[in-house]
Structures are given as C-alpha cells and as structure tokens.
Design a protein around this ligand. Structure first.
Ligand code: HEM
Length: 455
C-alpha cells in the first residue's frame, strides 16, 4: 500500500469528553448526535448514564450480540425512534414490533432473495452508466454535488426495481421533503428524549409534519394508481396490496401500505446513496485505490458492461465499500428500549433503560481495530475479515431486525462503485472536509462537492 493511503485520516465527529448531564447533552445532540456520544464508548465495553433518562451505550460485540441476537425478547424498538419517524413511516416494518412487524417482514421477504436481487443487476448498472454519461458529457473537470448525484441514482434504482417504475417522477419532491424531514429530526428526537408532550411546540415540529404529509401524499397517489390497474406483478406495492394478516385474514389498511412503501422508498435509497457518497470522497483522497478498482474491473470484465456474474469477483471494490461503511456507517446508530432487566458483564440494566448501539463508535473502537481512524480497505481482505467478531462490523445491524435490503445494497453499491470508477476520475479539492453528521443517516455537513472528470 502506498504511504499516502496508509495515513489517510478522514474527518471524524469528536465525542463529548464524558457522559453529559441532559442539559449539556441535548444541545450537542441537536447539532450532531455523534458529538453527544461519550468518549469512553470508544474504549470501554459499555457506558451507563444513571438518573433522568437512563441510557446505556454498548460497544462490545459480544454484548451487542446478547442484546440484538440472544436476549431479543428483553428489548423492543425504542419509543423515541418511533415518535420521531412515526409521522412519515407510521407503523411500518422498520418502526413496528412483535406480531405486527413479523407479518410485514414475511410479506416483504420474498422480494429480497439473493438470486432475485442479482437479476436486478442490469437495472442498477444502467442507472450507473447514465450517471457516468452525465459526468463525462463535459470535457473538463467539473465540480459536482456527488451526494445529490448518488441520491438521484439510487432513487431511480429503487423506483425501477421495487416499485415497477411507479415513482420515477417523484424524485425532486421526495428528495426535498425527505431532506427537510431528516434535517429537523434531531429536534424531534430531543423532544422525545426529554419526554415533552406530543402537542408541545418545538423547533422543527411544523417542518416534520409538513414534509411527512408531502411524502405520504405522493405515495398515496401511487397506491391509488396501482389499485386502479390491479395488484399484479411482484413489486413491493403489489405485495403489500395482496398481503393478508395470518391471524385475522385482513388486508393491510391503506395507511399501513403507505407506511411500508415510504419505508422501502426511503430506507432503500438514502442509505446506499450515503455509502457511495463517502466511498467516492475517500477514493478522491486516496486515488491509488481508484487505480486498483480500475485494474480489478479490467481483469474481471475487460471492456464489457458489468453484470451480476461479476459481483463476486469485484473483491477490491467490495473492500472499499466495506471500509467506507466502517468509517461512515450510513445508519450510524441503532436504538432500543429494555423491556426487562438485562445483565451486561457484572451490571444489571433496569427495564426502561434506553439502549444505544453506536455503530459509528463500534467501527472505530480502540480495542477492536488497528489504527481505527485510518482509511485502509485491506482490513477487509477475506483472511482478515474472517477474524472479526460478528457484531464488530455491523453496518446493516444484527439479529432478526437486520436490514432486509443487505444483499440488495451490497450488490448495488459494488456494481455502482465499479461502474463509476472505471468511467470517471474523482479529485478532492483539499478544502472541503465534511464532518459526518447523523440525521438518522450519516450525511456530510455541507454536502459532498467533488471534482469529477473523464477517465
Ligand atoms: C448501505 C445500505 C444500507 C444500510 C447501511 C442499511 C442499514 C440498516 C440497518 C442498520 C437496519 C437495522 C435498524 C435497526 O435494527 O434498528 C436496517 C433496517 C432496514 N433496512 Fe436497511 N440499510 C441499507 C439499505 C437498505 C435497502 C437497499 C433497503 C430496501 C430495499 C433497506 C430496507 C430496510 C428495512 C425495510 C429495514 C427494517 C427491517 C426490519 O426492521 O425488519 N435497507 N437497515
């Protein structure tokens, strides 16, 4: 590996010096929840805050497995996350629990079989090639908002794969409403942490309500269009319309269908877009890894268009995707609530405690990784990756609530990154070093302008 990459330490969100009392925690949290993480969570197995809003942050992989895989009946999705996401995602698959969740997950699961996802590769590659053509249309290097380009490309892909093309025209609206919604989300999360009554005014409240309504309106219109032509086919809309509750035999209500369609639309593009945005930033700063990807694509596919069959051999590309998601996990934090007492090492965590799995900090934990803040895709070479504990690298979560779109996202991110890098060169202008900011997904503060030119 060349020296420059070896020492590339890209931006990091500095944690708080200690476990902050709520009055100091909240303002930092609103600015960037990652700055409100206690510094000890980067070195300790877990950190507990007693008193008002008892909270435990857990970083040790074996303890994370205990909470998310073993003692699953002792934990539930947190009311805080449900309150914040509820206006948009209601009681859909991401936010619900128990029997209501199980039914929705089983309804959607057949769409996510690995072999069926591979069959979607031509749609993914075509969208990536359109993006490359747009970049290459200008003969000189141009400054591009790469974050927005990634949102647009992954939105096209989710629309054309999971929604039978049904929301192609809604990108600009969903993007602006989704941006406003997530932009204000830390206010709503803070209101939930402080247990403010739901009716109480706080900054961001009206924005959240208005933007959620706009997004739900667009998805409701899609549902009306689909009902009019009949729920044939095997896209997500048709599946949700045909689904029947195994206990009551009842179909999903329109509100429930809209909850799920919006969940798949949002979760299915925004996260992958952020993974690719950060990957391109890191590659712009470590151009030797761009060269390695180009060599790999040449070796694997020659001058041919990439296909599903190439994915397994695009090993370097996958290592870069994984290292980008280690440093910048697109969903940086998972939250739960303890329904019953849970034992962590020698401590008993009381029921009612808020549980935070700070994936971002687990991925940079001082006891788990060598040079944790350094960009080094070689740490995902197969022989090294095999030595990591299951929950040490967990961009997609773990346990029964693991991301349903994991294969979809990995195949998509691999094919897109390889197609982008073989067709275009990404340069960093040495000025914009965006702080990673958590707004449910991990955004670059100030966006991600990069210089892009023809390769
Ligand atoms: C790089 C891309 C992605 C990342 C990093 C990611 C991350 C995650 C994580 C961490 C969770 C677990 C949340 C929790 O336990 O609280 C999750 C759940 C989920 N993801 Fe993804 N995701 C990605 C792509 C996708 C895609 C492409 C789809 C759909 C096409 C999707 C749909 C979902 C859904 C529906 C859930 C809820 C699953 C459940 O609760 O049963 N995600 N995702």
């Amino acid at each position: 590996m060349s020296t420059s990459t070896q020492f590339l330490v890209p931006p990091h969100a500095e944690p708080a010096d200690s476990v902050l009392p709520l009055w100091r925690f909240i303002p930092r949290f609103i600015r960037n929840p990652l700055r409100a993480l206690p510094a000890q969570i980067y070195t300790d197995r877990f950190v507990l805050r007693e008193g008002a809003r008892r909270t435990v942050w857990i970083a040790a992989p074996d303890l994370i497995e205990k909470v998310l895989l073993t003692d699953t009946t002792h934990v539930a999705k947190s009311a805080i996350e449900r309150r914040a996401l509820g206006p948009a995602l209601g009681d859909g698959i991401l936010t619900s629990d128990g029997a209501a969740w199980r039914w929705q997950r089983r309804t959607a699961a057949p769409l996510f079989r690995h072999a069926d996802i591979l069959a979607l590769a031509p749609i993914m590659v075509a969208a990536a090639e359109d993006q490359v053509a747009e970049w290459r249309a200008v003969p000189w290097p141009q400054r591009r908002p790469v974050d927005r380009d990634m949102d647009e490309t992954t939105f096209k892909i989710i629309s054309r794969t999971m929604f039978a093309g049904g929301v192609d025209g809604e990108f600009a609206m969903i993007q602006s409403a989704g941006g406003e919604f997530l932009g204000a989300i830390t206010w709503e999360l803070a209101a939930a942490i402080l247990n403010l009554p739901r009716w109480m005014w706080h900054p961001g409240k009206a924005v959240i309500a208005r933007s959620a309504e706009r997004m739900r309106g667009a998805v409701a219109a899609l549902l009306v269009r689909r009902r009019a032509v009949g729920a044939t086919g095997d896209d997500i809309t048709a599946r949700m319309i045909r689904a029947r509750d195994p206990e009551t035999g009842a179909p999903m209500s329109d509100a429930q269908i809209i909850d799920n369609l919006l969940t798949f639309l949002a979760a299915g593009h925004e996260t992958t877009a952020k993974a690719l945005t950060w990957a391109l930033y890191l590659l712009a700063r470590a151009p030797e890894w761009q060269d390695r990807i180009v060599d790999e694509v040449r070796r694997v596919a020659g001058a041919d268009r990439l296909t599903a069959a190439h994915v397994v051999d695009l090993k370097i590309t996958q290592q870069v995707v994984k290292e980008a998601m280690r440093l910048y996990p697109p969903a940086p934090v998972i939250t739960r609530i303890a329904k019953a007492p849970i034992t962590l090492d020698d401590r008993t965590i009381a029921a009612g405690t808020m549980i935070i799995i700070p994936i971002y900090a687990v991925h940079r934990h001082r006891a788990l990784w060598d040079t944790p803040d350094v960009f080094d895709p070689a740490r995902f070479a197969p022989e090294r990756e095999a030595t990591y504990a299951r929950a040490q690298f967990m961009p997609f979560g773990a346990g029964p609530r693991i991301c349903i779109g994991m294969s979809f996202a990995m195949i998509e991110a691999t094919l897109l990154l390889a197609t982008f890098v073989r067709g275009a060169l990404f340069h960093w202008d040495s000025v914009h070093n965006p702080e990673p900011v958590s707004r449910i997904t991990l955004r670059p503060r100030g966006g991600m302008p990069l210089l892009v030119s023809k390769r």
